[in-house]
Design a protein around this ligand. Structure first.
Ligand code: AMP
Length: 394
């Protein structure tokens, strides 16, 4: 298929899109609509000349915003739509051509992602109305981690919670971990060996990837497990919920809200969920920002060390996501917490690796495991998986 793929990432009040041509150097049209359904709804994006635009779309719903997106594509007609779907449960191990069975299966998984899957389905339904003739493909955040061995995905809970209710570890950010580990396999002489990947953005997760297969990851049943994130706590004692309920009388909804929206960098620093601001405040000696940075980096290092148990050999670590791609400080701190792994970070190379640069951070002639920065491209990966899915059907 030579036509571009329109990648849609539909949230409950936002839609992210990108029009991706098969030619790697073709300009990408991309943008984001936010606050759907409110008076402030707005679509912002970039055009093929690299310029930006911003249109007010007061009270627009998903269908109206998708029509506005269509009008911003400069007359380029997509040949297919690729939808990012957060949760595919155990049913989806790869991308799937959307039909009524696939829609039913995504609905059936909604209990595991009550905030995300219904919004993703709303996006599918609106795009089917606007583009009835185009093939639409579902690309799942969880699918890449369906290769986890049972010892990595089962919690130590009674069997029926898994067998009857699907309570297990699924993992997320699959398109990002897949993209950067495959890219490292192409770029490094070590190829597709054992890679630890650290996706560090507003959401953060790590993965252990061997021969392009995910063997373990830090997120679990939900995207709350694992690392410290912008506003999410990551791992806490599972006894915390009962303790907060009994001692403070907090409801489950309140506990969920605190752990998902008021914790992480925001909770620790008391200032912000934005790592740039945390770093600036820490630099000026703000004690809680310094603590937030310490806990954030320590937990990444601890997670990478734990995940290394999944790999027969360790060929390197890959940093990606807004923080992983742009924060020499976080990368340097994490590596310095793993001295026994034999990384050899060259601080000068580390310092210049920002704003979309891709490359290795090692000192010259270093023989041990490598450290890389690889900018993620989740939209590009979704477009690629959409094409592969359609080719497999042809
Ligand atoms: P993402 O969710 O991948 O867009 O990443 C968002 C996170 O990346 C936020 O915490 C930002 O503060 C962080 N980020 C972006 N640029 C920088 C930077 N130059 N230094 C540190 N953190 C950054």
């Amino acid at each position: 298929m030579n036509a571009p793929v329109l990648v849609i990432n539909c949230g409950s009040s936002s839609i992210k899109y990108a029009l991706i041509d098969p030619a790697p150097d073709a300009p990408r049209l991309a943008g984001l609509a936010e606050r759907l359904g409110s008076a402030d709804a707005r679509l912002k994006g970039i055009n093929s000349a690299g310029g930006s635009f911003s249109h007010a779309l007061p009270n627009a719903d998903h269908t109206q915003v998708l029509n506005a997106i269509l009008n911003s594509l400069e007359g380029r007609i997509p040949g297919a739509i690729g939808h990012r779907i957060v949760h595919g449960g155990e049913k989806f191990t790869q991308a799937a051509l959307i039909d009524s069975d696939v829609i039913s299966a995504i609905k059936a998984t909604a209990a595991l992602a009550p905030l995300h899957n219904p919004a993703n389905l709303a996006g599918i339904s609106a795009t089917q109305k606007i583009f009835p003739a185009l093939p639409q493909v579902a690309v799942f955040d969880t699918a890449f981690h369906q290769t986890l061995p049972v010892k990595a995905y089962r919690y130590a809970l009674p069997e029926n919670l898994y067998a009857e209710h699907g309570i297990r570890r699924y993992g997320f950010h699959g398109t990002s971990h897949a993209f950067v580990s495959q890219r490292a396999a192409e770029l490094s002489p070590r190829g597709a060996g054992g890679w630890l990947t650290a996706h560090l953005g507003n959401g953060c997760s790590t993965a252990a990837v061997w021969n392009n297969r995910s063997l373990d990851t830090s997120m679990g049943l939900t995207p709350l497990e694992g690392l410290v994130m912008g506003t999410r706590s990551g791992d806490v004692d599972p006894g915390l919920h009962a303790h907060l309920h009994r001692q403070l009388g907090w409801s489950l909804d309140k506990i969920d809200d605190v752990l998902n929206k008021q914790s992480g960098l925001l909770g620790l620093s008391g200032l912000t969920n934005d790592m740039r601001e945390v770093e600036e405040a820490a630099e000026q000696g703000h004690a809680r920002a310094m603590l937030a940075l310490d806990v954030f980096c320590y937990r990444i290092a601890k997670s990478l060390a734990a995940l290394s148990c999944a790999l027969p050999t360790l060929d390197g670590v890959i940093f990606t996501g807004g923080i992983g791609e742009n924060s020499p400080l976080v990368r340097s701190r994490v590596i310095s917490l793993l001295p026994h792994f034999g990384f050899a970070l060259d601080e000068a190379s580390n310092d210049v690796m920002i704003r979309g640069k891709e490359g290795k951070l090692d000192r010259a002639n270093h023989q041990g495991p490598e450290a890389w920065v690889i900018p993620t491209d989740e939209e590009g990966r979704i477009a690629m998986e959409t094409r592969q899915c359609l080719e497999a059907q042809a």
